[in-house]
Design a protein around this ligand. Structure first.
Ligand code: DX5
Ligand code: ZN
Length: 219
């Protein structure tokens, strides 16, 4: 199933609840939530208290993308504040398998994320443990960048490996630079969970979500 995950990093934070409500009313079912620590990535975004607040105002599925060093320090906190799925970076930890197990023990879905320079083969040992793989299509850290086309090769490779290994249920998410113009290409590469920040929250949210969803349903 194809899923749109609007990224609140591009929202107007002074109207965050209202804008999330608009995305939900237009048909979005996931919300992508970017947590940045100023170490793993240069920027700092927000943390548990913001997630806890927005948890009160929406039923959307919370896809939390941790861009933080040593995510093992905070898995329980993010589970407790409202995450439904926790994505962490392979590059940020040496305890990948333990983190996946901890997320599952907390009854949340687990996703593993790779940056553009990290080859797919590095996550192969964990594919039968996860619910999702997030393939970054920009360098993590900032919204509004252009998609790096070479990353779509990794999406293709990953989808093929999953199919060959009988792991077709694992979601393949893509994040960064996805818009109404390149969406089809991204879906054709094999991604089924589509993060979109600027292309949802800039200009008219209702129109943006409806257009992206209609393209996704057509595939
Ligand atoms: C980047 C974040 C993305 C970002 C995507 O580090 O992980 O989720 O919000 O924003 P756009 O869609 O504007 O590239
Ligand atoms: Zn993200």
């Amino acid at each position: 199933m194809n899923i749109l995950a609007p990224s609140i990093l591009a929202a107007d934070f002074s109207r965050l609840g209202e804008q999330i409500g608009q995305a939900e009313a237009a048909g979005a079912r996931y919300l992508h939530i970017d947590v940045m620590d100023g170490l793993f990535v240069p920027s700092i975004s927000f943390g548990m208290s913001v997630i806890q607040s927005i948890r009160q105002c929406t039923e959307l599925f919370f896809d939390v993308h941790l861009m933080i060093e040593k995510p093992e320090r905070y898995i329980k906190e993010f589970a407790d504040c409202g995450a439904d799925l926790i994505n962490f970076h392979l590059e940020a930890t040496e305890n990948t398998a333990d983190i996946i197990r901890e997320i599952h023990t907390l009854h949340k879905k687990a996703g593993i994320t790779i940056k553009p320079a990290t080859p797919v083969k590095e996550i192969e040992p964990y594919l039968d443990m996860v619910d999702m793989v997030l393939v970054m299509t920009v360098e993590p850290g900032f919204g509004g960048q252009e998609l790096i086309p070479e990353c779509l090769e990794k999406v293709r490779e990953l989808r093929q490996i999953l199919t060959h290994r009988g792991l077709g249920h694992v979601d393949v998410e893509v994040d960064g630079g996805i818009n109404q113009k390149n969406l089809r290409q991204v879906l054709e590469a094999g991604a089924n969970v589509i993060v979109s920040g600027s292309s949802v929250f800039h200009n008219d949210i209702d129109t943006n979500v409806r257009e992206l969803l209609s393209q996704m349903q057509g595939c």
